[in-house]
Design a protein. Sequence first.
Length: 447
Amino acid sequence: MVSGRRSRKTDDPGGTVLPERVRQAIRQEQDRSEILIGWIQLAVIATFATLYLLSPKTAGAAGVITAWAIGAYLGLTVVRLVLAHLFSLPGWILALSVLADMTLLFGLIWSFHLQYGQPPSFYLKVPTLLYVFIFIALRALRFEARYVVLAGVVAALGWFAMVLYAVTADPWDDMVTRDYVRYMTSNSILIGAEFDKIVSILVVTAVIGVGLVRARRLLERAVAEGFAKQDLSRFFAPEIARRITGAGREIMAGAGEARDAAILNLDVRGFTRLARDLDPDAVMAVLADYQSRMVPIIQRHGGSIDKFLGDGIMATFGAARPSATYAADALRALDELMLAAERWTSEKAAADGLRLAINGAIATGRIVFGAVGDKTRLEYTVIGDAVNLSAKIEKHNKSLGTRALVTAEAYDLALAQGYAPPVPHRRHPNAAVAGVDRPLDVVILAA
């Protein structure tokens, strides 16, 4: 069952089975193309009708046949357009539509010799044949070569039948000539000229078909890469995803950029105990809820998520995307994060009895931003004293009994960049932060 289902899937250029969502996206584009084809066909039939109304009429059944043919084509086109709006048209309807296009077109061309009282060879000279190429080209909008090939083959066979009828309609009248001037100035038939028309139809069909096969591969690749880009934006910060997908050359480890940036660290106190006491699904649900509250706030203030460290979040401001207000942005984000964290922990305590606390810290400084790893596994990250210092200050919250700390240097820089504290903040000079070999001035952003 599985293998049979997979065998019907479209393969990508690399020979692997295209994901269902890629094929679904392509089908949706094809459905929209069918609607566009229907509207173009309406324009074509409107042109036919206009030309018929403007052309001189002759008595007899020919005019009635032409009028009925145009009316039938109009009705068929309207029905097909309505169906295309309602649902995805199956292949047999599309094939019948191709046959109907060519049948009605050649029917109109065939009726010209009756309409004007001329021998059948008369219709071989009408320029209406050029509409064949419009109908063939229309099928290219679906990015499926088979319908283009079907239209071209039917058109070539149809014209061959038209020529054959013109040659054999009157066995007593030899209309075939080898004189080009006579062909151009009479109703004579030049077999070479009709052969050229058939060859032109087939060559145009082949060229469009080959182009469509190549274009289809590019379409599949483009759709697949579009989904991959969306997925990258979920696994990476949007700035990182754009950097990866928009890279002009292959991304290699070992190349970095030095920038001034702010590093934010968040951590959930008590989460290790929570993970030990709750079942895995409950643990992951709490973690997902926490991250869904924090991440949008960070991104709204211009921050980029560098990584999730279990229950910790490390974000950068001014690293992935340079900013002249990176420190101010980071402190504004941390202010809002602490308010959101207070609401979240209160909700969890009331609803589930969970005793949690979220701590945060910010440090600023010169960092190096770039890709690390090897050719099989790369990761964009930041390296520098500010990265380590932010993590250490975050842990120092436990020693001071605070919820959010920033270095005095980061705080003063944020003020210079336009940060306006929502409440007065207390400075804590000469803090003995574990892992830091000198006393450090910090500012308590949330107690």
